[in-house]
Design a binder for this molecule. Structure first.
Ligand code: NAD
Length: 284
């Protein structure tokens, strides 16, 4: 058992999008350890099934499913398979998301001289299609699965949705305007949906992880040649009062608190930072 405390999810069905990834596979494990039947849903079926198989090997209940969080028909097909296998969804963890290099500027600040430097991607060079790609994955990739799986929650007690926001949502990080805007939209949507669903009995909250080294951001945070922290990593650590990156398991306590009706049944529409103090620190 790897959870910091156990909540009772026996008989509950949890759907984890992006469940084949680094942070959400850890959260899928925690939900399974608390007794949930976990649908590990990912674009990458092999990754989803590998996570589910490891959970089954530990005697837990899990299965991998493939779906694209941006395509409603693909989600609807997965939702029907999941319902047939496990029953209707009680808990949706909207984990699929992330940044893309195409939505990233080369430098933090614009210098006039940069405009003539073809090797740099300035704000003026960002392709709207790349911005849209990042925005859609994070925002629509949260909204569309909520449409599909929350439909199964209406009229049933104790159901909830947990979204994944980010530090970007509180204040944008340099270089990544698309991801920052998209995660701000996820936080805003968390509040909107919490209000909209309140009388239907579905709670909606979000985790806002600080900085965790994962496959998506490793190239930005670790020098590939030396294995040392990059200048950006050092800056992050300087602005994280606890002076370190987070570990995926450190998201689990907040996840379980928000997933537990007895523990957080009156908590609705919150975005909880799990960030070693990053969002509280002004830098001075
Ligand atoms: P990850 O890349 O390890 O996992 C993301 C998973 O989503 C992958 O398995 C990928 O196959 C899947 N995915 C991508 N596009 C998909 C689609 N269209 N449909 C279905 N699945 C799709 O990422 P991670 O670092 O574990 O991040 C998980 C979540 O946490 C993301 O929403 C990310 O934005 C957020 N987050 C991460 C950090 C961090 O420090 N790593 C910080 C804040 C927020």
């Amino acid at each position: 058992m790897t959870v910091p405390f156990r909540i009772d999810l026996a008989g509950k069905v949890a759907v984890v999008t992006g469940g084949g990834g680094v942070l959400c596979s850890r959260m899928a494990q925690a939900l399974a350890e608390c007794g949930a039947k976990v649908a590990v849903l990912d674009l990458d079926l092999d990754a989803a099934e590998a996570v589910a198989a490891a959970l089954r090997a530990d005697g837990l209940s899990a299965r991998g499913f493939t779906a694209n969080v941006l395509e409603r028909p693909s989600l609807e097909s997965a939702a029907e398979l999941i319902r047939a296998e496990f029953g209707p969804c009680d808990l949706l963890l909207n984990g699929a998301g992330g940044n893309h290099p195409g939505g990233t500027t080369s430098k933090e600040w614009l210098d006039a001289a940069d405009l003539d430097e073809p090797s740099l991607t300035t704000f003026f060079d960002l392709d709207p299609q790349n911005i849209q790609r990042v925005f859609n994955l994070n925002f629509l990739g949260t909204l569309i699965p909520s449409q599909v799986f929350a439909r199964q929650m209406v009229g049933r007690a104790g159901c909830s949705i947990i979204n994944i926001s980010s530090m970007n949502a509180f204040r944008p990080l340099t270089k990544i305007p698309a991801y920052s805007g998209a995660k701000a939209a996820v936080s805003n949507f968390t509040q909107w949906l919490a209000v909209h669903f309140a009388k239907a009995g579905i709670r909606v909250n979000a985790l806002a992880p600080g900085f965790f080294i994962t496959s998506q951001n490793r190239a930005l945070l670790m020098d590939q040649a030396t294995g040392e922290f990059t200048a950006r990593s050092r800056k992050i650590l300087e602005h994280t009062p606890m002076g370190r990156f987070g570990e995926a398991g450190e998201l689990v306590g907040t996840l379980l608190w928000l997933a537990s009706e007895p523990a957080s049944g009156f908590v609705n529409g919150v975005v909880v930072p799990i960030d070693g103090g990053f969002s509280a620190y002004s830098g001075v």
